[in-house]
Design a protein around this ligand. Structure first.
Ligand code: GLY
Length: 340
């Protein structure tokens, strides 16, 4: 009996020693925003118009995401690659400083899924609306039904894909040679684009919010939804600790509740970069051979305004903007595509 009690107490002691929760300073930091991929610099530029004026992180994130959704030659919004049946379906979510969240998945013919996600958060008791129901909700709330047509670049990519119609789910391996999905497309200014725009921000009041918008994996199975609209997978915000977002193969992110895991690592005292690395390693450890062929990148920002990222493959980038800096950065990774 005594021995059992001792074992119970010592294991409790060990776990208390192992976890060293961060005590966050209530003082607000300077605003900071980080967004996935190099195109995040444009998103940050839009969002900064709100953050620099003392505005709310949620408004900034939505404004940035809407900019991305307006681009017609990119992998986000209605100009993006369709599913394998030739239909563009969009996923998005937002989460604010009060842990309010809203999301839409498999949304068709609506230009700004991020704003529909915000309306789900603000106007309904629910978190996630999908498919026709999400579209009906958008129309009921003043969003316009857009024509069902592919952008010129998506049409070209889809026609090329149809030549083989090979269903090989892969996602944004930057330097791979195969044509599924096609190489990242260019924005009008010539910069590259990728599958998912994930954004997390800290505002001048010291509050954090995040948003994600994507068309998901190009030429996906009809009805397939990835990590992006799933709270805790594609996005998680905890206003006491920090926020994280992800890009890449959504199924792998969902399997480990990726961004929730990153935030929990930050809660234990790890820096954003280390927290992202530990989450990436969780994926790689499950199946290193599979991980060699896919990309996942995590991006995190903590309550102090520190940020960091980590990816499975070489090539994941993110953009940061604050009062002190405005730049695009690469990050550390596990594999240089297929090379251990
Ligand atoms: N990360 C985007 C997706 O898997 O759909």
């Amino acid at each position: 009996m005594q021995r059992r009690k001792f074992i119970r107490l010592s294991s409790l002691g060990a776990s208390m020693l192992a976890v060293n929760p961060v005590k966050w300073n209530a003082a607000p930091a300077q605003p900071v925003i980080v967004s996935t991929w190099a195109d995040g610099k444009h998103v940050n530029e839009e969002a900064w118009k709100i953050l620099s004026g003392g505005g709310r992180a949620l408004d900034a994130v939505e404004k940035g995401a809407r900019w991305m959704e307006d681009q017609i030659n990119c992998c986000v919004g209605l100009g993006a690659n369709p599913d394998r049946d030739g239909i563009v379906t969009l996923d998005s979510c937002v989460m604010d400083e009060h842990a309010n969240c809203g999301a839409v998945a498999a949304l068709e013919r609506i230009k700004h899924p991020v704003s529909v996600a915000r309306k789900v958060m603000e106007l309904t008791p629910h978190v996630l609306l999908v498919g026709q129901g999400a579209q009906q909700f958008a129309l009921d709330n003043g969003f316009k039904l857009e024509p069902q047509e592919l952008s010129p670049s998506a049409k070209e990519a889809y026609e090329k894909w149809l030549e083989k119609s090979e269903y090989k789910p892969e996602i944004n391996i930057e330097n791979r040679k195969s044509s599924n999905p096609p190489p990242p497309m260019r924005l009008e200014d010539g910069s590259f684009n990728h599958d998912t725009m994930g954004i997390v921000a800290l505002d001048a009041s010291g509050n954090m919010s995040g948003g994600v918008t994507t068309s998901g994996m190009g030429f996906k199975m009809r009805g397939r939804v990835g990590d992006s609209p799933i709270i805790g997978a594609g996005l998680f915000v905890d206003n006491e600790v920090g926020a994280a977002t992800s890009s890449g193969m959504g199924e792998e992110v969902i399997r480990i509740c990726g961004t929730h895991l990153v935030v929990e690592f930050m809660r234990q005292g790890y820096t954003p970069e280390t927290a992202c690395r530990l989450a990436v390693e969780r994926i790689v450890k499950r199946d290193p051979e599979k991980a060699k062929k896919l990309q996942v990148g995590f991006l995190a920002l903590d309550k102090r305004g520190r940020y960091g990222a980590f990816a499975i493959q070489k090539g994941f980038e993110f953009a940061v903007r604050s009062g002190r800096e405005e730049r695009v950065l690469g990050c550390k990774y596990v594999y240089d595509y297929g090379v251990t």
